[in-house]
Design a protein around this ligand. Structure first.
Ligand code: NAI
Length: 788
């Protein structure tokens, strides 16, 4: 028997298993297999697959593989239920969400045990992190249902949402998806991951228990094929997906042109940056939470530890010491720090990546793990920044450790990834922390903390980590839409411009005053092709515009990149420049109106277009320093700063009609928020926009902030959509063009906003507003410890 001294020396104390009898009893009552939960009731089981506990390999349940027909039945049930659900006063919807939260709390132990059995995560995590957060999510969103009309006026639910979730936080991801969707008045068809469907099914029983109207929540189980059937279903208005970047990219392509709204929460390879003045003991505990929490199967895991060279040795010693104390084993044991890997397939994936890393020269320091579906906590040293272990998402308990010398090095290493989900920064110097927080490309930044989540703050990524946010006000926006303007007649594809060599238009005579060049990097630029195309007016050609090609777009993107300092300028500075633009535009109002009349516009409508463009420019100038973020009221002791940041370089394809106002209405909000833009003016009447270069030139707008390339819109827009250095694209054109843009933007998963170019009357209030600013920004949530 161990003496107390032995125990203290080894910390090897006995087991403290959580009782799983109630869960096993429940599983027994479903021995015949689970069906789906559709229209308020469970269907009879169909063709089933087996669900195992990864820690013990014991069979837990048989679950139905959802077919296309099952998905269709679920979507129909959700559709039928949606109008009545949305029509309920927010207060009534709130009552249901409150009731769900209460029932989750009542069943907390049951849900925690079931989650640990199914997923393999330690009971300490499911009990103390996952389930309490699930309840918090429903409480918080009950509040949003209550306040919707006051806080988010003018919005409407999407309708029916298809939601696909992963296996790493099965119940929590479900809550993140369902709570805001229901609060907003949507109904849902949700598919849990095939490895971990059980807590979603238990939750369905809870929904029935609270008397949620039937059809509001529908749970269809199955694998990726079932997921694909949801994505493909024509009866859905929105798809929300959390999972791998690879599947996210496929979903982006498959939903292209369908009009379905899409949010993607994808992978990451988040940096964990330790500066020399950090509290090293706290930072070591941070790494434990960052990469060994849930065995590293966390999309925002701090998988790349970057540590200041001067403290690296000490830090590595402390980290190794701490890692060796971690107890890996039975998830139901209350002493277990790290449980099982979710599935043997995932274990093999982790092993494969680690073996590859070792072959590339990485050196491993590892703790211990039992036989079976377990992987030891691992630190990988001597990892080159471009190697497999430093770049690929491992989704396992493997941290790489790399050293840096200066804060600039740290930022460069931190951003050396295609992802941008999260980052964690450790230093006792708050100035340094905030300075670095501003520079890292990540949707969530934790200062002196890590893996902190709350329903009140948005979570989601930059770059290939996806788009959209979950949690907080910004997360609600992902489940709401502003009524979309509809085109009376959809925009027709303009006929392809016929290029002609040189700048002369034979036989055009005096009507041709000049050839509009492009505007790139603050200078006029000739088209690479050497071709121009005639621009038709009311009666014959009125000018020539350069005919752009891929090379022109690439040059313009490069110029826009060089102008990224604009995004760092203060809102005040940007406002001053935009006021100047507005004033200079006013001074030349007559000229612009004349130009528009030469295209065939009546005097009155040309004047109205110019006047509105001027007022709109003033409006966005005023907004440049007023589109504020927020400080979220998170449950923990943090100030959580939700900052608006520009996307970076944006591509904007303008509609055909109202060529001046369409351009101003789209380009101005983008640059007001600090983006640099490559704009494609109206294909048929580009001169109204190309003339603007004279206004920009005289208004102190730094070169490269606005770049203008004319030509065949869809050809140029495709190049922009495919360009990896373009972070967002707006396309206002034809339906086919829109589909092409959404498809092409899947490469680097850039944010896209696609609309029928004829849908908005740019003279009306549809052409202006905070919605444009919202689309031109992404939100970074920075968590700063505060008040405790
Ligand atoms: P996955 O992306 O394949 O699975 C996530 C969900 O998507 C599951 O519900 C799955 O059934 C569904 N799905 C799969 N194929 C689909 C399709 N074509 N259409 C619609 N839905 C589909 O992730 P998987 O294979 O389980 O894990 C692979 C890797 O992905 C992991 O090693 C990890 O690196 C990453 N991953 C990232 C997650 C995150 O939260 N960012 C979560 C899960 C995995």
């Amino acid at each position: 028997m161990n003496t107390i001294t032995d125990i203290l020396a080894t910390m090897d104390y006995g087991k403290a298993p959580e009782d799983s009898a109630i869960v096993r009893d429940w599983l027994k009552t479903h021995e015949g297999g689970f069906g789906h939960f559709i229209d308020g009731a469970f269907t009879a089981p169909g063709e089933t697959f087996e669900v195992f506990s990864p820690a013990s390999n014991e069979l837990l349940a048989r679950v139905t593989q959802g077919t296309e027909a099952d998905v269709d039945t679920a979507v129909k049930a959700a559709r039928k239920a949606q109008p009545a659900w949305a029509a309920l006063p927010g207060h009534e919807r709130a009552k249901y969400l409150y009731a769900i939260a209460r029932h989750v709390q009542q069943h907390a132990r049951f849900l925690a045990v079931l989650e640990s059995l199914d997923n393999g995560k330690p009971i300490r995590e499911s009990r103390d992190a996952d389930v309490p957060l699930v309840a918090r999510h429903f409480y918080h969103h009950a509040g949003w249902a209550e306040l919707l009309e006051d806080e988010l006026p003018g919005t409407a639910p999407h309708g029916v949402c298809g939601q696909i979730i992963p296996w790493n936080f099965p119940l929590l991801m479900m809550a993140w998806k369902i709570a805001p969707a229901l609060a907003a008045g949507n109904t849902v068809v949700l598919k849990p991951a095939e490895y971990t469907p059980l807590t979603a099914l238990a939750f369905a029983e809870i929904a029935a228990e609270v008397g949620l109207p039937k059809g509001v929540i529908n749970i269809v189980t199955g694998d990726g094929q079932t997921g694909a059937a949801i994505v493909a279903h024509k009866g859905l208005d929105k798809i929300a997906f959390t999972g791998s970047t690879e599947v996210g990219r496929r979903i982006r392509r498959e939903t292209a042109g369908t009009g379905k709204s899409l949010t993607l929460e994808l992978g990451g390879k988040s940096p964990f940056v330790v500066f020399a003045d950090a509290d090293l003991d706290a930072a070591v505990e941070g790494v434990v939470d960052a990469i060994w929490f849930n065995a590293g199967q966390v999309c925002c895991a701090g998988a790349r530890v970057l540590v200041a060279e001067s403290v690296a040795r000490r830090f590595e010693e402390l980290l190794e010491q701490r890692m060796r104390q971690l107890r890996v084993g039975d998830p139901l044991d209350k002493n277990t720090d790290m449980g099982a890997i979710v599935h043997p397939v995932q274990l093999e994936r982790i092993k494969g990546l680690v073996d590859k890393g070792v072959a590339e020269g990485a050196e491993l320091v590892q703790g211990t793990a039992p036989e079976g579906c377990f992987f030891p906590p691992t630190i990988a040293m001597k990892v080159e920044p471009a190697s497999t272990l430093a770049t690929e998402e491992i989704f396992g308990p493997v941290a790489t450790v790399t050293t840096f010398r200066t804060p600039e090095d740290a930022v460069a290493l931190a951003n050396n990834t295609k992802y941008g989900l999260a980052a964690s920064i450790w230093s006792e110097n708050v100035n340094l922390c905030l300075d670095i927080a501003a520079q890292v490309k990540a949707g969530v930044v934790w200062i002196n903390c890590t893996n902190v989540f709350d329903a009140g703050a948005g979570f989601g990524g930059y770059r290939e980590s996806g788009f959209g946010r979950e949690g907080g006000r910004e997360g609600m926006m992902a489940y709401l839409t502003h009524p979309k303007p509809k085109a009376k007649k959809p925009e027709a594809a303009p006929s392809a411009p016929v290029g002609q060599p040189g700048e002369a238009l034979p036989g055009a005579g005096a009507r041709i005053d000049r050839t509009a060049k492009f505007y790139v990097g603050g200078k006029q630029a000739r088209p690479d092709s050497g071709y121009s195309y005639p621009v038709q007016g009311g009666s014959g050609p009125v000018g020539l515009a350069g005919l752009g090609n891929r090379k022109d777009i690439r040059n313009a993107v490069e110029a826009a990149h060089k102008a990224k300092g604009w995004g760092k300028a203060t809102g005040h500075n940007r406002a001053q420049v935009l006021y100047y633009v507005a004033e200079n535009l006013s001074a030349r109002a007559g000229e612009f109106a004349e130009r528009l009349t030469s295209f065939g516009a009546s005097k009155g409508s040309a004047q109205a277009e110019v006047d509105t463009a001027i007022r709109r420019t003033f409006w966005y100038a005023a907004q440049a320093d007023k589109f504020d973020g927020a400080v979220h009221q998170t449950k923990s002791a943090h100030v959580t700063l939700a900052m608006h940041e520009p996307l970076g370089v944006m591509g904007i394809a303008c509609p055909t009609a109202q060529p001046l106002l369409g351009f101003v209405s789209l380009v101005l909000p983008a640059i007001a928020m600090g983006n640099a833009v490559v704009a494609l003016p109206s294909q048929t009447h580009p001169l109204a926009a190309t003339d603007l270069y004279q206004v920009f030139d005289t208004s102190d707008l730094p070169g490269g902030v606005v770049n203008i390339v004319a030509g065949e819109r869809d050809v140029l827009a495709k190049t922009l959509a495919e360009h990896d250095d373009v972070a967002g694209i707006w396309y206002f054109g034809t339906r086919d063009g829109g589909r092409m843009i959404e498809e092409a933007s899947a490469g680097n998963l850039k944010q896209s906003w696609v609309e029928d170019g004829a849908a908005r009357d740019w003279l009306s209030k549809d052409g202006q507003g905070r919605g444009f600013l919202h689309r031109a920004t992404q939100i970074k949530n920075i968590w700063v410890p505060y008040g405790e």
